[in-house]
Design a protein around this ligand. Structure first.
Ligand SMILES: Nc1ncnc2c1ncn2[C@@H]1O[C@H](COP(=O)(O)OP(=O)(O)OP(=O)(O)O)[C@@H](O)[C@H]1O
Ligand SMILES: [Mg+2]
Length: 254
């Protein structure tokens, strides 16, 4: 199983949206996908229709030694995607983990025990760098960094790359950056196009060739708890997310 943390220090730059749509795109290409929501805003959990409301949420998975991925992963209506749901109790879990030695490795240990059940695990994180994000990065081989093409998002990119570098150097030498992608891109704005060009010039190996345009259909799909592939399979947004998933899969050594 390959594990990918979706991270970005600047909020509202498409982490949850890309985690959701990439999870379904990977599943539609035949992979068994586990999606973990590690953000107490619960945006990912709310945007995917799932069963098993009584299953353990991610806070229980992290603080209770006896809870396994099998206890927490629930089936969803998105073919091939299982979900570990977030809860609003994550601040309690953060406090408990902060007080425990070696707690940055809890998720890594739990995922190792389930590695033959899934091909890909995607972890959605919060913008703040807390012990949950560190857990995700320590459990992952890859970080994926989504971006909007608004001017200030490049600042968030620098901070996020710095955090992943520190985790690689200090805690998880297996972690590399899978890619950076503009997933909320206003192609009509010349400033936005400049931002994309600047990022490509600065990080030529990291920035994906595929961009996802600003698209109301992508937002609407979340309201009805569908991926863009079920909501509007022939829409440009579906086409772009399909292409992005293909590009990222070609970078994964599966
Ligand atoms: N391509 C797109 N076109 C239009 N709206 C989009 C697109 N991608 C995401 N959005 C919308 O932008 C908003 C922010 O996206 P999202 O919630 O995925 O960001 P986030 O990085 O997860 O935010 P947070 O840091 O708060 O967790 C959401 O309302 C989402 O529906
Ligand atoms: Mg989010």
């Amino acid at each position: 199983m390959k594990t990918i943390t979706v991270c970005q220090r600047k909020g509202g730059n498409g982490k949850s949206t890309s985690a959701l749509n990439l999870a379904h795109a990977f599943a539609l290409s035949g992979l068994r996908v586990l999606l973990i929501d590690l953000d107490d805003q619960k945006n990912t959990t709310s945007a995917i229709a799932h069963q098993g409301e009584n299953a353990a949420t991610v806070d229980r998975l992290l603080i209770d030694d006896s809870v396994t991925i099998d206890d927490a992963a629930v089936a969803t209506t998105w073919d091939g995607v299982s979900l570990v749901a977030a809860s609003s109790n994550l601040s309690g879990a953060i406090r408990e983990l902060d007080a425990e030695v070696g707690s940055h490795l809890v998720l890594r240990e739990k995922l190792a025990a389930a590695s033959d059940r899934f091909d890909v695990c995607l972890i959605d994180t919060s913008p703040s760098l807390n012990i949950l994000v560190v857990n995700a990065l320590c459990a992952s081989q890859y970080a994926f960094i989504p971006l909007s093409s608004r001017y200030f998002s490049l600042q968030g990119l620098g901070q996020t790359l710095e955090s992943t570098r520190k985790v690689t150097n200090r805690l998880n030498p297996d972690l590399t950056v899978l890619g950076v992608a503009f997933v909320i891109h206003d192609g009509r704005s010349s400033l936005a196009r400049e931002v994309v060009e600047k990022a490509k010039a600065e990080y030529p190996d990291l920035v994906c060739g595929t961009t996802v345009g600003v698209n109301i259909r992508i937002e609407e799909a979340q309201v009805v708890r569908q991926s863009i592939f079920d909501y509007a399979p022939f829409d440009r947004g579906a086409e772009q997310y399909r292409a992005l998933a293909k590009e990222l899969l070609s970078r994964l050594s599966l």
